[in-house]
Ligand binder design. Structure first.
Ligand code: GLN
Length: 271
């Protein structure tokens, strides 16, 4: 008899850990329960499921897409290949939003993808009135499903950055596509939607749209919070200063890398 555990050891190679997580999800059991279960003999169905998953993992499919979910801000978000998989460093946007938002503020998130940022913030701060947009209809469907799952009242709108957005906001947030078109790092992200990762040759294209247009959509003294890539902080801060933002600061992620910038709208005459 071949036990589940033996099959994983013999076939799992460098994906043993991922396959164990998938096997647990297959049974819907905890890690502790799986330790007992893994002494059982492997069924043909489970063997097929894991063999198929192994082929996909070897091809570079992220575990989150195989599971269909990813944890972010201790909440489970549904994901599929139409949305970027939420990253732990993006939680920094939630932390700063909580710090900067006053009671009852309005918040606009641009390029929401799975809805992880808007929904995590709504769970944390039900007083805020949150609108989230995306250019992708398929991504908005995932965000809508996640909002329903987490019983969150957020408004979802279809928009290419600010194009279909009207009104002004106390806070504007975004984790835009900021990877340069020819960045070799993209080879490792090939399964995720390119529109969520790349906006042009330099990596600054979407960031520029946000920085150049935010003042038309921020209330006086409103804040802009944006995530960016490694090495982009100085340039972004320069651009923000030239667009009359104040209180411009960089914030480091858990890997000690400058990852987000916060800035404030200077005064009503730019609003
Ligand atoms: N942080 C992601 C990565 O480098 C990219 C996300 C983005 O472009 N907004 O894997």
């Amino acid at each position: 008899m071949l036990t589940i555990d033996a099959w994983l050891r013999q076939n799992g190679a460098r994906f043993q850990h991922e396959l164990e997580i998938l096997a647990r999800a297959y049974f819907g059991i905890s890690k502790a329960e799986f330790i007992c279960e893994s002494d059982q003999s492997i069924t043909p169905n489970l063997k097929n499921y894991l063999s198929d998953a192994l082929v996909k993992l070897k091809r570079g499919t992220p575990l989150a897409y195989l599971l269909g979910y990813k944890e972010f801000w201790s909440l489970e978000f549904q994901v599929n290949r139409n949305v970027l998989i939420p990253r732990p460093e993006t939680e920094l946007i939630i932390e700063k939003s909580i710090e900067l938002a006053n009671d009852g503020d309005s918040v606009l998130e641009l390029g929401t993808g799975s809805g992880a940022i808007a929904i995590a913030l709504a769970k944390e701060r039900p007083d805020l009135s949150i609108t989230a947009t995306d250019i992708s209809i398929q991504a908005l469907e995932v965000a809508r499903e996640n909002a329903r799952k987490h019983k969150c009242k957020i408004t979802l709108e279809h928009s290419d950055w600010f194009e279909s957005v009207s009104g002004t906001w106390n806070l504007i947030l975004s984790n835009p596509p900021y990877i340069a078109e020819n960045d070799p790092h993209l080879d490792f992200l090939a399964m995720e939607p390119r529109v969520a990762l790349v906006s042009g040759p330099t990596g600054f294209e979407a960031l520029d749209v946000l920085i150049e247009n935010a003042h038309n959509h921020l209330k006086p003294c409103g804040h802009l919070i944006i995530e960016h890539g490694i090495g982009q902080a100085q340039e972004i801060k320069k651009k923000l200063a030239s667009h009359h933002f104040t209180e411009i600061s960089s914030h480091k992620d858990l890997a000690n890398i400058n990852r987000i910038v916060t800035a404030q709208q200077v005064s009503p005459e730019y609003g």
